[in-house]
Design a protein around this ligand. Structure first.
Ligand SMILES: Cc1cc2nc3c(=O)[nH]c(=O)nc-3n(C[C@H](O)[C@H](O)[C@H](O)COP(=O)(O)O)c2cc1C
Length: 149
């Protein structure tokens, strides 16, 4: 299995979540900033987890640019899931569901419901317990992958 966690971050919290997810998914899982992605980055990837902060009720500009490069069918055979980081506001918008929708539109099979992880303020830190929740979410993904292997 070649699993890749692609993330964007402004202040570091989303990278922390990406690293927790990669550690939980285990062997063969790498993390990659969306800023460093190239056309070849997705070659041979069969599990793709993608996440970024919510910025202005939607994914970051860098993440939306990446998602727009995914041609229909380009993720056929890839199992995928999406997450975001967000402030706990009454109306916070969403990035994870939008990323998940884009991955599905590119042909990926979505293996977990999109998940939002909470930060305590714009610049973080992550709220108490969120890295544990990220580990649990990734463990669920790992179990789904094994069940459908
Ligand atoms: C320009 C900007 C817009 C933001 N808009 C939202 C928003 O619409 N909803 C929300 O919940 N958080 C919003 N935030 C807070 C970010 O989600 C928060 O900074 C991010 O989760 C921190 O993750 P990071 O450390 O990986 O950058 C915004 C932050 C910035 C800088």
């Amino acid at each position: 299995m070649h699993a890749l966690v692609v993330y964007d971050t402004n202040y570091g919290s989303t990278r922390t979540i990406a690293e927790v997810i990669a550690t939980e998914l285990g062997r063969g899982t790498t993390t990659l900033s969306v800023s460093d992605i190239t056309e070849a980055s997705l070659d041979g990837v069969d599990v793709l987890v993608v996440g970024c902060p919510i910025n202005g009720w939607k994914p970051t500009d860098r993440m939306r640019r990446f998602l727009r490069t995914l041609a229909p069918g380009s993720l056929a055979g890839v199992r995928a899931a999406a997450f975001d980081t967000r402030i706990k506001l009454f109306i916070h918008g969403d990035a994870a569901a939008k990323i998940s929708h884009a991955l599905h539109a590119a042909g990926a099979t979505i293996v977990a419901k999109p998940h939002g992880f909470v930060v305590d303020g714009t610049e973080g830190p992550l709220a108490a317990g969120e890295t544990g929740k990220a580990g649990a979410w990734a463990a669920y993904i790992g179990a789904e992958l094994r069940a459908s292997a």
